[in-house]
Unconditional design. Structure first.
Ligand code: FAD
Length: 327
């Protein structure tokens, strides 16, 4: 069995769980195993139906009043109990903030290995083992890791790496409620209040159009022009690590190996050189436009349209043109 942990926040499923169900359904063809989705919380059976639409053959609603709010103790124990009972061959978890915390704790408790932050998964045709690929040595090479002696083979996978499969409302699956044995004293952390951070920007992994800027943009003020362009196109802004390190953008807008993985329909890279760590986060975009004064910059090689020149007059012209078209 391939088990996929599908994270929910405030009763909403995160996309990464759906992405992983899609990938697990592909892997299951090579492995001839069912795909079981697990969603954890309290009163969450309504989410199970949606997971069936995306390709889970069975859904486990792991619920308990003590799982109402996320705590690492409670969720690790609940997942541990469900894994012990189901004995999956593979367990996939989204590498979100909570997934990165849960995965290693669960792996340690299960005495198995975990490959963190994977960017690809395949099944080895001969050994039928899970091949877990992730960047290594600062992104300079890709390492493919196996876990031959322990079960489950565990991986956390970065959000946005795999596409969300097409939902099929005709597809249904068996929903099974699993009530873990939990005691209040097992949960050392007491969550008294959750204060949601007010975000100025939408989550970039959900944007269809991204205007991204790098060190070549030159200043925080210059990002106002990028914002204007993004707004006219109905998209959002993002940037390279250099732009984030300069303090021009918040960290949650960073694209790349240590930022977010995005796959929008259009990615406009402005003043970004295209270091391998940046490409790791955006090269699956459908159409890439790069604006750079250096024709030899690596970003120009992955771009569908490479514009050589100083970005500012080009972006100003684009903005002017878009405004004229809208008038
Ligand atoms: P630069 O490399 O300095 O490039 C600036 C570009 O702007 C140049 O190509 C230049 O020709 C162009 N330019 C300058 N002026 C203009 C102008 N007026 N008009 C047009 N073009 C102009 N980076 C990430 O982005 N994301 C990550 O997640 C990430 N993770 C990393 C993880 C590790 C372990 C390491 C070691 C590095 C990581 N990096 C990451 C950093 C990465 O290696 C690069 O340093 C970074 O991406 C460079 O950012 P940049 O392209 O904005 O800047």
């Amino acid at each position: 069995m391939i088990m996929v942990y599908c994270e929910q926040r405030n009763g909403e499923l995160l996309n990464v769980g759906l992405e992983l169900i899609g990938k697990a359904a592909q892997l299951s063809k090579d492995l001839d195993r069912e795909v079981v989705a697990v969603v954890c919380g309290n009163k969450i059976t309504h989410l199970a139906e949606k997971l069936a639409n995306y390709g889970a053959t069975r859904v486990i609603a792991l619920q308990h009043p003590l799982l109402e709010k996320y705590t690492v103790d409670g969720y690790t124990e609940a997942l541990y109990q469900v894994v012990q009972s189901e004995n999956p061959d593979i367990l996939l978890i989204g590498a979100t903030l909570t997934g990165r915390e849960l995965g290693p704790r669960l792996a340690a408790r299960l005495k198995t290995g975990l490959t963190a932050d994977c960017t690809n998964l395949e099944i080895d045709p001969e050994s039928k083992l899970l091949l877990m690929t992730r960047p290594a040595f600062g992104g300079n090479l890709m390492a493919t890791i196996i876990c031959p002696n322990k079960k489950p083979q565990m991986a956390t996978i970065r959000p946005g790496v795999f596409p969300i499969p097409q939902a099929d409302t005709q597809r249904t699956s068996e929903v099974y409620v699993f009530t873990p044995k939990l005691r209040e004293e097992d949960i050392k952390v007491k969550v008294e209040q959750v204060i949601a951070k007010v975000r100025r920007h939408k989550d970039i992994s959900a944007e269809k159009i991204i205007v991204a800027g790098g060190r070549g943009v030159g200043s925080k003020e210059n990002f106002d022009l990028l914002e204007e362009l993004a707004e006219l196109l109905g998209g959002g802004i993002a940037g390279s690590r250099a732009a984030v390190d300069e303090g021009w953008l918040p960290k949650d807008l960073q694209v790349g190996q240590t930022g977010k993985v995005v796959r929008p329909k259009l990615y406009i890279a402005i003043g970004i050189s295209g270091a391998i760590q940046h490409l790791a986060g955006m090269q699956e975009s459908e159409y890439i436009i790069a604006i750079n004064k250096d024709p030899e910059a690596p970003i120009m090689k992955v771009a569908d349209l490479a514009i050589v020149g100083d970005w500012k007059p080009i972006v100003k012209r684009l903005i002017q043109q878009l405004k004229q078209n809208m008038a």
